[in-house]
Design a protein around this ligand. Structure first.
Ligand code: FAD
Length: 369
């Protein structure tokens, strides 16, 4: 029986375990943390991510536990609509996208896996590619041999480092703030408030809960005082003022955003990188989760037909178009976010729908799996 090791139990690793299970492989998943990382805030899963969950047999439960999103509404600080995007038009499907708690998505993926040997508190220390296998030494001292290693260990991937060396990440922006709130009654879609100072996004993740993602506009990589961070948003239209009265900086998650440069190949030989380990990028297109789940399905298909000695190039060849497109459109969005506010606002009104439709056009086609 062929042996596979998956490093990392995030969205990519769990989706891969789900896609590969019950196919006659012996699978082990190692996770650096002492338990599943089922904490965190919310996630917006665009339609291609929901379709990938369908393919894994988990779409219905995700729809049931999440919140279906059928429009993206962009407003100014006074609550006046600048752009109202019908997502059905963009994706060609009814109620196509999903807001979901990260915790819930992880639980759905975890409940979906079986017949997998799971080892917490474990990482890979060394890795050696042999003619027909890969030998690794784990942090618990065990030396083990596998037919395939899948590095799904996130943006700061150790598997990638062992395989390809140190690849510096590009710093994109400082201090995005994320937190959960009780869902305001009036927020029933992806709703973004924009001003010259920054962006305040609210996404329902179930009938009672919503997720906030706040980003201060800054030139260069500037860090703000956490207590002052929300000041520019305090005079915004309801429900922002009420949200900020109840907001506690200590309950929020603070992240810098970074991007992994395009890798020449997503792995090497019998070692494949997936998810953020292969193509981590800031969430301007909100594609990280969706691409990670797609990776899992594509890889499981390729393993049935391709020579495992060259599985990494075969995987890269299949995935490059979609991932390169997403990275390019993500970078375009990053540039647009630096435009003076009045130009950005005018652009959104005049060509917003056209641009957003174009951003997701190739992703709305089902991948080659
Ligand atoms: C602020 C922010 C907002 C985002 N919003 C969205 C969004 O709305 N929609 C969306 O789709 N995406 C979003 N993303 C991106 C999304 O979170 C990631 O793309 C996704 O979580 C990647 O999953 P992953 O499994 O590849 O990596 P991770 O989630 O990082 O999981 C990696 C796992 O590997 C484990 N690990 C790490 N090192 C090792 C090791 N050496 N050995 C073993 N295990 C290891 C970690 O503990 C972790 O469990 C956002 C990202 C950020 C930063």
């Amino acid at each position: 029986m062929k042996k596979i090791l998956i490093a990392g139990g995030g969205i990519a690793g769990l989706a891969t375990a789900k896609a590969l299970q019950n196919q006659g492989y012996q699978i082990k998943l190692i996770e650096k943390q002492p338990d599943w990382q089922t904490i965190g805030t919310g996630l917006y899963l665009p339609s291609n991510g929901v379709i990938a969950l369908d393919k894994l047999g988990l779409g219905d439960i995700a729809r049931k536990k999440g919140f279906l999103i059928s429009s993206r509404n962009i407003k100014d600080a006074n609550g006046k609509t600048i752009l109202d995007l019908d997502l059905q038009k963009i994706w060609g499907r009814e109620k196509p996208c999903l807001g979901i708690k990260r915790k819930v998505l992880h639980e759905i993926l975890i409940e979906g896996i079986s017949n997998i040997d799971i080892s917490f508190n474990t990482t890979i220390n060394t890795l050696k590619i042999n003619p027909d296998s890969v030998t690794i030494e784990l942090s618990n001292g065990n030396k083990e041999e596998y037919d395939l290693i899948i590095g799904a260990d996130g943006l700061y991937s150790t598997t990638r480092k062992l395989l390809l060396g140190d690849i510096p990440l590009r710093k994109v922006t400082a201090q995005v703030c994320r937190f959960m709130i009780q869902k305001p009654k009036e927020i029933n879609s992806w709703t973004l408030y924009i001003s010259p100072a920054g962006q305040f996004l609210i996404i329902p993740v179930d009938n009672d809960t919503a997720y906030c993602y706040v980003n201060r506009k800054t030139r260069g990589f500037k860090t703000f005082d956490k207590d002052q961070y929300m000041n520019p948003f305090k005079g915004f239209a309801p429900p922002i003022a009420k949200i900020l009265k109840e907001w506690n900086p200590e309950d929020a998650y603070w992240n810098d955003l970074e991007e992994l440069p395009k890798l020449p190949e997503m792995g090497k030989g019998r070692v494949v990188l997936t998810g953020d380990a292969a193509h981590g990028m800031p969430p301007f297109m909100a594609q990280g989760g969706a691409l990670a789940i797609e990776d899992a399905i594509v890889l499981s298909g390729l393993l049935k037909t391709e020579d495992w000695n060259t599985i990494a190039p075969a995987f890269s060849k299949n995935r490059n178009d979609r991932i390169d497109w997403t990275r390019a459109r993500n970078q375009k969005r990053e540039k647009l976010s630096k435009l003076p506010f009045w130009i950005a606002k005018m652009g959104l009104k005049k060509v917003g729908e056209k641009n957003w439709t174009e951003d997701y056009r190739p992703l709305s086609k089902t991948p080659d799996w």
